[in-house]
Design a protein around this ligand. Sequence first.
Ligand SMILES: Cc1cc2nc3c(=O)[nH]c(=O)nc-3n(C[C@H](O)[C@H](O)[C@H](O)COP(=O)(O)OP(=O)(O)OC[C@H]3O[C@@H](n4cnc5c(N)ncnc54)[C@H](O)[C@@H]3O)c2cc1C
Length: 374
Amino acid sequence: MSSLAVSRLAVEDSGPLPSASVTEAVAALARKELAPLAAAIDAGEVYPAELMRRLGELGAWSTHVPKDGVADLRAAIQSIGAIGEVCGATAFMAWCQNTLVWYAANSGNRKLVERLADDFATGKVLGGTGLSNPMKSFFGIEKLKLKGRKVEGGYVVRGVLPWVSNLGPDHFFGTIFEREDEPGSLVMFLADCADPSITLQPCKPFLAMDGTGTYGVQFRDVFVPDDLILADPAGPFVKKIRAGFILLQAGMALGLIKDCINIMDEVERPLGHVNRYLPQQPVHFRDLAAELEAETMALAQDPFNTEEAYWRKVIDLRLRAGDASVAAAHAAMLHCGARGYLKSHRAQRRLREAYFVAIVTPATKQLRKMLADA
Ligand SMILES: Cc1cc2nc3c(=O)[nH]c(=O)nc-3n(C[C@H](O)[C@H](O)[C@H](O)COP(=O)(O)OP(=O)(O)OC[C@H]3O[C@@H](n4cnc5c(N)ncnc54)[C@H](O)[C@@H]3O)c2cc1C
């Protein structure tokens, strides 16, 4: 059974997929226009802003916007998966954009929503999320890096975030500071990269993800007006958006695993006579992908669920998705042999991308800590 057939089965199991036509249009654009760019994005030669905007015009960033207090992340995850089947870096940028949309769409700040939510959801304005450091701080791993103090009409924020992706001079991202004037109080806001007091510093080259518009971001006493506050206090808002934040990442894993299965299938004819001695076969990853996808689709229909048992399932799924990504990319390398060891072959790109799925916040070690502490 093809991976696509597995994907349809899993979706049918948990009810009809909303916005399925969006996912199909995204998959078609990814195959036609993203595939030729994937190597250049991987090499850091291209940041595909134009393509990200076009995906937005197709509806890729808007299917998960809540309606009447109800949100369904299935089509957004499937779309990230369709992009990830072609390019892991762009799937990550898709997650960044979808997360930015998720923050704005869930904010109770009417002025912010009116000014920016639609522009994010249509891809007119691009951006991402700087929540790695806060997510780590909530679970006792590191201290908050941004500090803010109340002033007339807003806050003044200072500090440095080491990595924020899908950025450029006219982009926005959501992040959190701790109040210096009220220690322990957290505020979530949108940073406007066009602000002259914000500096985007290029990062040293990465193992992968170099075309993702990733920068170190310096805040030098940045005035953040009330209009850009996502939530004050941040705590209850973070509880609301956290499952969506994590579940959307499953799309990166599902797309990558499916392409690793494709890679293994592609070498079946010339190398199957010896590859069959390898312990992990495409059939194992088809089963694993179908299982992860079915669980993801079920959880994605209910992202505002507040039960602890639901949250634990989300963390556990995310952990297994990272492990499965690395395992599938490792198996694809072994199946390909010397073919996959060529720099021009995508098997080695998949391996590098897979490690990113496992280390992006919440990283494997953080997820294990969260499960151990729960
Ligand atoms: C390519 C790329 C893109 C990313 N994009 C985003 C994003 O869009 N938004 C976001 O919030 N996070 C982003 N991150 C951060 C990411 O989500 C993880 O937080 C990061 O990979 C480390 O997570 P960890 O839990 O393994 O922490 P660890 O690596 O164990 O620890 C992280 C801490 O170690 C220190 N540290 C690690 N490496 C260095 C270094 N080279 N120099 C100085 N200090 C260092 C820093 O204090 C850092 O906070 C990105 C990271 C990478 C590599």
